[in-house]
Design a protein around this ligand. Structure first.
Ligand SMILES: Cc1ncc(COP(=O)(O)O)c(C=O)c1O
Length: 483
């Protein structure tokens, strides 16, 4: 009888290659649930390795939850865990939801380990069972509140329910973003806040300026509206405002889009001097500033917000997606009150209003009081993940803020991001190159964005980063093509 005889990846230590082969063959269906793996000696003979290698390989696979050993009976394949819908990586984040987690924290790790997919492409809040619990508690609270139930089934106005705006204003203020309820409107997430601002204030053909690497949702939204997207260079102090001033001499933009606290990608923070220069330039040339604060940082890591420095011309985009849950995307758009009705008219024409149940859910969650605790935990968790990444990848050029979700890794001379991304994907680790963030057609820098927050746990993150390290130490050879 022929036995299962995998092909071992020659770039890995053999025991790891065996565990990896088990993972891949479970994922492809070649190894079925409850199937018994070949006896160790027979497999060792078939593969031409020592029995010790097979023992270690099986143990490694067991450690990752792929198989289970039964004393005296052999090693059996565990059930595969679906990795969920395949993410669309065009914009560096999936268009589909991630797989759902069980309430228990332990299940998170086994999910990733047994599916073998370590997806670090999406900027997601780090998993924690409190997210599902918060959601459950919020839904229960709504179901027990006659007022909330009435509001949930009724049409609401386009700015959102007044008491919700008040609640969100005080939560944002608590988080270091002081705003007044009258200057807010509720949106269907941060992306919706961006599109509403563009549609309400700009006409097709007008120019928006952003950093040379920017949030892909802005690139898509400007393209869809027939707006011109122009770029200025970025450095470690954020957008080059002198270059913006030079650009303004040739072509005055209608709007400048900026992620002042941390650019996505790369995490550059706009220095205070540049914030002042940007505001002065905006007043001189009369353009709008669209400040995107969706990628949350605690107040001690932030500078003065642009909307506080130039409230009359700055719109601020915020969302609960990076704080409560990616699926619970209630956005808040802060704008000068004079333009709120224009923005409201666009929201009305697009979707009439934000789904009342979404507003109720977020507000019930905020009222329950555990949102702040969750945010505090998240900040500490991200600080720990950033430290871990710097320990494991410290020999490369890295950039991030202390509690950023993402880490930007600049590849050493001679390495190509596309080849590295592909090589990592073959090892089950998915990351994003700079390509989707590029404005215009200048070649992208050879760099990777690793969303540390997306890993199911620190253990999974460690495994993923160890693989990144191994691949960077033995980079894929550059392919020689016929020209
Ligand atoms: C900088 C930035 N702005 C806006 C968004 C969109 O936010 P939301 O998911 O709330 O629509 C994202 C999402 O990743 C983002 O990174």
């Amino acid at each position: 009888m022929t036995i299962w005889t995998p092909t071992l990846d020659p770039t890995l230590p053999r025991y790891r290659a065996l565990a990896e082969a088990i993972r891949l063959d479970i994922a492809s269906g070649l190894l079925k649930e409850d199937e018994r793996l070949p006896p160790q000696r027979r497999l060792a003979d078939a593969l031409g390795v020592t029995i010790g290698t097979v023992t270690r390989g099986y143990a490694e696979a067991e450690r990752h939850g792929l198989v289970r050993a039964r004393v005296g009976s052999g090693t059996y394949v565990n059930a595969p865990v679906s990795a969920g819908p395949v993410p669309d990586r065009r914009f560096g984040h999936a268009l589909h939801a991630r797989p759902s987690f069980g309430i228990a924290a332990e299940s998170d790790d086994s999910l990733s380990a047994s599916s073998g997919v370590m997806d670090l492409t999406m900027s997601l809040p780090p998993p924690h069972p409190a997210r599902q619990q918060g959601m459950a508690a919020a839904l229960t609270a709504i179901s027990h509140s006659p007022e909330a139930l009435v509001r949930s089934v009724e049409y609401q106005n386009e700015f959102g329910v007044g008491s919700h705006r008040q609640l969100l204003a005080s939560w944002m203020s608590e988080l270091g973003m002081p705003v007044e309820p009258e200057e807010l409107m509720l949106t269907q997430g941060g992306q919706n806040g961006i599109t509403l601002a563009l549609s309400a204030l700009l006409a097709p053909g007008e120019a928006v300026v952003t950093g040379a690497l920017t949030y892909p949702g802005l690139i898509a939204a400007t393209a869809e509206r027939g707006l011109k997207l122009l770029r200025v260079p970025l450095d470690e102090e954020g957008m080059d405002v002198e270059a913006l001033a030079r650009l303004c001499r040739q072509q005055v933009p209608r709007m400048v889009y900026v992620m002042a606290e941390q650019n996505n990608p790369g995490a550059a923070q706009l220095s205070h001097a540049r914030r002042e220069a940007l505001v002065a330039l905006a007043r001189q040339h009369d353009f709008w500033i669209l400040e995107d604060g969706v990628q949350y940082l605690p107040r001690e890591e932030c500078g003065t917000r642009l909307y506080q420095m130039a409230p009359e011309r700055t719109l601020y985009v915020f969302s609960t997606s990076k704080l409560l849950a990616g699926g619970l995307r209630l956005g808040v758009l802060r704008a000068p009150v004079e333009v709120l009705s224009r923005i409201g008219a666009v929201l009305r024409s697009h979707s009439w209003m934000v789904a009342p149940l979404l507003m109720e859910t977020v507000c019930a969650w905020l009222t329950s009081g555990n949102a702040t605790q969750l945010v505090d935990w998240q900040v500490e968790e991200m600080r720990a993940r950033q430290r871990l990444a710097r320990t494991l990848l410290g020999e490369w050029t890295l950039s991030s803020r202390p509690s950023s979700f993402d880490l930007w890794l600049v590849l050493p001379e001679g390495q190509r991001s596309q080849a590295v991304v592909e090589s990592l994907a073959r090892r089950g680790v998915h990351v994003t190159s700079a390509e989707p963030f590029c404005v215009g057609n200048e070649p992208p820098p050879q760099a990777l964005r690793l969303c540390l927050s997306a890993a199911e746990s620190r253990e999974v993150l460690t495994r993923a980063l160890e693989i990144v390290r191994e691949v960077l130490h033995a980079p894929p050879p550059l392919r020689c093509t016929t020209l």
